[in-house]
Design a protein around this ligand. Structure first.
Ligand SMILES: Nc1ncnc2c1ncn2[C@@H]1O[C@H](COP(=O)(O)OP(=O)(O)OP(=O)(O)O)[C@@H](O)[C@H]1O
Ligand SMILES: [Mg+2]
Length: 336
């Protein structure tokens, strides 16, 4: 009797900013993938400064990464010896923070004698949706996170054509800033979403941004100014939240649908932290396109999405990365 081909267990590490993420993905011989573990340590040390302190982030990654890896292995019921490949984010992100996960991953891969894959953080966000569907190009990808609001056309595996991007703030950044302004706490996305349920979206006027544009760019500065003026005029935080969330969702969905039509794509992958937003998910569900979102816990930064990106690279026959691969702060996914 011949033995059944064994699955490959891929470890993914993301330390690009202030989350220490380690995930484990099982890739079956038929190419299907399953997330076995997803552990994230979210650093709280930065709260007192009102923003991420890069040096403190690096130090905390060093202190926490062993424990996060142990937790992920325990969750998956595996030991390091079971790992068939190791992947880590090489960029974009905070260089010092990236270096911790990248060096850790390379060291582990070398010690175990398994291939190492350096992953692009945004490709990781996109492949987080592979936990829910077989992600086969062509599709359109909206990465909507704390640092990006980017639309990519993905005509074939590994090819990313930038078709639109924010001209100012990222959507997640706007959620965070408006939540802070309205005293709703941090992170702003979930706080705005929660407050919006109790608010009246018609109480504060929010004009749709970039009306009439032919392209597919985003801008959130006008919505931020409208929120500031309404706040100064005494608007209720719940009403600000409801009005802003509705305007942001309409803008994101409307622009993405126009781009999908222009590129001739029937499937849209929506990923990054803001993809956790319930109103955004509902609006896409009613839009007529096939919208694919990451599974629970895979929207914001995590290691499982990096393992999923590596599983796709492995499936596409891309060669492993050299151990000389370095960390890069700025790394566009597409040069268009
Ligand atoms: N339910 C939600 N609704 C809207 N925004 C949300 C929600 N949950 C999280 N967010 C937002 O997601 C952002 C964090 O996402 P993520 O971790 O993907 O970003 P990042 O890693 O900081 O940025 P990038 O990946 O672009 O470098 C925050 O701005 C947060 O407010
Ligand atoms: Mg991210």
């Amino acid at each position: 009797m011949s033995a059944r081909p064994a699955p490959t267990y891929l470890l993914g590490i993301d330390t690009s900013c202030d989350d220490t993420g380690v995930g484990i993905v099982e890739r079956a011989p038929d190419g299907s993938v399953r997330v076995l573990a997803n552990r994230v340590w979210s650093q709280t040390v930065h709260a007192q400064y009102g923003g991420v302190m890069p040096e403190l982030a690096s130090r905390e990654h060093v202190e926490r990464i062993d424990a996060v890896l142990e937790g992920a292995l325990a969750e998956a019921g595996l030991t390091v010896r079971d790992l068939g490949a190791v992947a880590a984010t090489s960029g974009p992100g905070l260089v010092g923070a990236l270096l911790v996960g990248l060096m850790y991953g390379k060291g582990l891969a070398q010690a175990l004698g398994v291939p190492f894959y350096a992953a692009h953080h945004l490709e990781g966000h996109i492949f987080a949706a592979a936990s829910e569907a077989d992600l086969r190009p062509p599709y359109l990808a909206l990465v909507v996170s704390g640092g990006h609001t980017h639309l990519f056309d993905v005509p074939q595996d590994g090819e990313y054509v930038l078709v639109g991007a924010t001209r100012d703030d990222a959507a997640g950044e706007a959620f965070d800033k408006i939540a802070r302004l309205a005293g709703l706490g941090y992170p702003g996305g979930p706080a705005i979403s929660e407050a919006a349920r109790r608010g009246d979206p018609d109480a504060v006027p929010f004009k749709a941004p970039l009306q009439g544009q032919k392209g597919f760019d985003f801008s959130f500065s006008g919505l931020k100014t409208a929120a500031l003026l309404a706040h100064r005029a005494g608007a209720r935080p719940e009403d600000l939240a409801a009005g802003f969330e509705r305007a942001a969702v309409r803008f994101l969905v409307g622009t993405t649908l126009r781009a999908a039509q222009a590129c001739g794509r029937a499937t849209v992958v929506v990923s990054g932290g803001v993809a956790a937003n319930r109103a955004l998910r509902e609006a896409f569900a009613q839009s007529g396109v096939q919208a694919v979102f990451p599974g629970s816990g895979l929207n914001t930064d995590n290691g499982a999405m990096i393992a999923l990106a590596a599983a796709a690279a492995l499936g596409a026959g891309r060669p492993p990365s050299p151990l000389s691969e370095g960390a890069v702060a700025y790394a566009p996914l597409a040069n268009a």
